[in-house]
Design a protein around this ligand. Structure first.
Ligand SMILES: Cc1cc2nc3c(=O)[nH]c(=O)nc-3n(C[C@H](O)[C@H](O)[C@H](O)COP(=O)(O)O)c2cc1C
Length: 188
C-alpha cells in the first residue's frame, strides 16, 4: 500500500487535470522516500451515490479496494478541476461514499483549470466538505492555471524549475502534516 495516494478527480473525456496527477506522482517518486499511487476516479468509474459504502449491497466494483487504499495511506493529494465554481460530481460522489476512511487524514488539494485562476474557487466547497467529514486539510495550495498550455499529456510541465519549486513546498507541507498525524497515533 502507498504512503501517499493521489486522487485524480476528473473523469471528463479528454480531461487535462490528470496531467497534474501524473506530474505530482513522478515528482514524489523522485523524492524516493514516500511511495505513491494514483487512484483514478475515471478508472474506478463508481456509480452515482445511493448510500454510503458500509450500507451498500452489492458493493460497487473496486469500492473496497479504493476504501482500503485510502484508509492505509498516510497522506492524500486530491487533484481536481473546478466545475462551475465547485466540486466535480465524481469527486463529491467518492467523498460521500466513504466516511471513516477520511477521518483525520491529511489531504492536500491541487486545483486545475484552463483559465487564469487555477481553479481556486473549488477550494472553498471542497475544503468545507472535507472538514465536515473529518479530514485534515493541509494549509498549502497547488493551483494550476492554463493547464493545457503549462503541462503536456505526459505530465511534463512547461516551466519545470518553477513548477518543481512550487511542488516542493506543497509536498513538504503535506509531509509535515503526515508526520504530525503519525506522532499523534503513537502512545505518549
Ligand atoms: C462542466 C465544466 C465546468 C467548468 N467550470 C469551470 C470553472 O468554473 N472555472 C474554471 O476555471 N474552469 C472551468 N471549466 C474548465 C476547466 O478548467 C477545464 O476543463 C480544465 O481542463 C480542467 O478540467 P478537466 O480535468 O475536466 O480538463 C469547466 C469545465 C467543464 C467541463
Amino acid at each position: 500500500m502507498a504512503n501517499i495516494v493521489i486522487i485524480s478527480a476528473s473523469v471528463r473525456n479528454g480531461r487535462n487535470s490528470h496531467r497534474v496527477a501524473i506530474y505530482l506522482k513522478r515528482f514524489i517518486e523522485e523524492l524516493k522516500n514516500p511511495s505513491v499511487e494514483i487512484l483514478d476516479l475515471k478508472e474506478y468509474d463508481f456509480p452515482v451515490f445511493e448510500e454510503r459504502l458500509k450500507f451498500l449491497n452489492p458493493i460497487p466494483a473496486g469500492a473496497n479496494e479504493f476504501s482500503n487504499k485510502l484508509k492505509s495511506a498516510r497522506g492524500v493529494i486530491i487533484v481536481t478541476p473546478e466545475y462551475n465554481g465547485g466540486i466535480p460530481a465524481a469527486l463529491k460522489n467518492v467523498i460521500d461514499l466513504l466516511y471513516d476512511e477520511w477521518k483525520r487524514k491529511p489531504v492536500a488539494i491541487a486545483t486545475v483549470s484552463n483559465g487564469a485562476f487555477g481553479g481556486s474557487q473549488v477550494i472553498t466547497s471542497l475544503q468545507f466538505s472535507l472538514w465536515k467529514i473529518g479530514a485534515w486539510t493541509v494549509p498549502a495550495m497547488f493551483p494550476v492555471p492554463n493547464v493545457e498550455k503549462t503541462f503536456d499529456e505526459a505530465g511534463l510541465p512547461l516551466e519545470k524549475e518553477n513548477t518543481d519549486k512550487r511542488a516542493t513546498k506543497f509536498i513538504a507541507e503535506l509531509q509535515w502534516c503526515m508526520e504530525a498525524a503519525s506522532k499523534m497515533e503513537k502512545p505518549l
